[in-house]
Design a protein around this ligand. Structure first.
Ligand code: NAP
Length: 287
């Protein structure tokens, strides 16, 4: 559960949703509808197809129609920040919002649960502690930003961001340097840094369906027996993960990140623990 969250189970019917464009493919409605049902809450979680031009009006609609909150997905995560009454530190530092809470006093608060959700999933499923670990993050897009922020909250020994476009890796490193030991490098310079890594995380789309045979780094550079994680969950086991498994690594796929970012959003809305196992089953069934 996020810190300082008070229980606030609603007594009446609750409205929730996810705003994006496109939105029909989203697995969030299936996952959150089960979460409402499992926790005995009366309500609906609906897909909301919102174009960029309609975002301002849609956000006012959260207030007008009394939604308890919404999730926000591509392409609105950055632009929606301007319409919030308040931003949590997670959203401010990452520069994106994926969860909006409509408080009882009418204010809309923006949070980012992506990175925190990822780290919670990593700790539940693959490694008990991140403290003192040398971590390599491959990729420097929106997902990497949230993950680097959340990893640095856990006091790792170092975080190295590798990216095809090195300037983007350097930019994230510079933005978060006050939080810990973090550097950005070109993916081509990865050999030495991979050799001493404890945890390697792919945050690029390389290896995602239909490009199942691609890997974001040369897997020969992965040390034996470390933790290897991939944000991709289609397929559930990427080529990077299957090669890592052959090298006796602990492997961790992207499904948990999706489930936990949703679980933390749920906890922000209601202040009660989310039914994580049922949520995971609902996502798997929706494939
Ligand atoms: P993004 O902002 O577009 O960033 C994409 C990143 O991938 C950039 O670092 C980009 O490098 C790199 N990249 C893309 N194609 C590449 C290629 N052919 N070779 C090398 N690098 C390449 O995307 P994002 O929002 O961060 O999402 C990234 C991935 O995470 C996607 O696969 C997405 O599905 C996944 N994701 C999963 C979850 C989850 O819940 N499991 C949540 C969010 C995202 P350049 O900077 O050089 O272009």
């Amino acid at each position: 559960m996020p810190n300082k969250v008070q229980e606030r189970k609603p007594s009446g019917y609750t409205l929730l949703g996810v705003m994006g464009d496109p939105i029909a493919h989203s697995k969030s409605p299936a996952m959150h509808q089960i979460a409402l049902q499992e926790t005995g809450l009366q309500g609906s979680y609906v897909p909301l197809h919102v174009s960029p031009e309609g975002l301002d009006a849609a956000v006012r609609g959260i207030k007008a129609m009394g939604f308890r909150g919404v999730n926000v997905t591509i392409p609105h995560k950055v632009e929606i920040m301007a319409f919030m009454d308040e931003l949590d530190d997670s959203a401010k530092l990452i520069g994106a919002v994926n969860t909006v809470v409509h408080e009882e006093d009418g204010r809309l608060i923006g949070y980012n649960t992506d990175g925190i959700g990822y780290v919670r999933s990593l700790k539940e499923e693959a490694v008990s502690s991140i403290e003192g670990k040398h971590i390599v993050v491959i990729g420097a897009g929106g997902a990497a930003r949230g993950i680097v922020y959340a990893l640095l909250l856990e006091s790792p020994a170092s975080v190295t961001i590798l990216n095809r476009t090195v300037e983007r890796a350097e930019m994230i490193a510079s933005d978060f340097k006050s939080m810990g030991q973090v550097q950005g490098l070109a993916t081509g310079d990865s050999q030495q840094v991979l050799l001493r890594s404890d945890i390697v995380i792919n945050t690029t789309s390389v290896g995602m369906h239909p490009n199942l045979h691609e890997t974001p780094i040369d897997p020969a550079d992965l040390p034996e027996g470390i933790v290897v994680s991939d944000l991709i969950y289609n397929p559930l086991e990427t080529k990077l993960l299957s090669i890592a498994k052959e090298k006796n690594c602990v492997i961790h796929g992207g499904l948990g990140m999706f489930v936990y970012q949703g679980a933390i959003a749920f906890e922000h809305w209601f202040g009660i623990p989310a039914p994580v196992n049922a949520m995971r089953r609902a996502v798997l069934q929706s494939f």
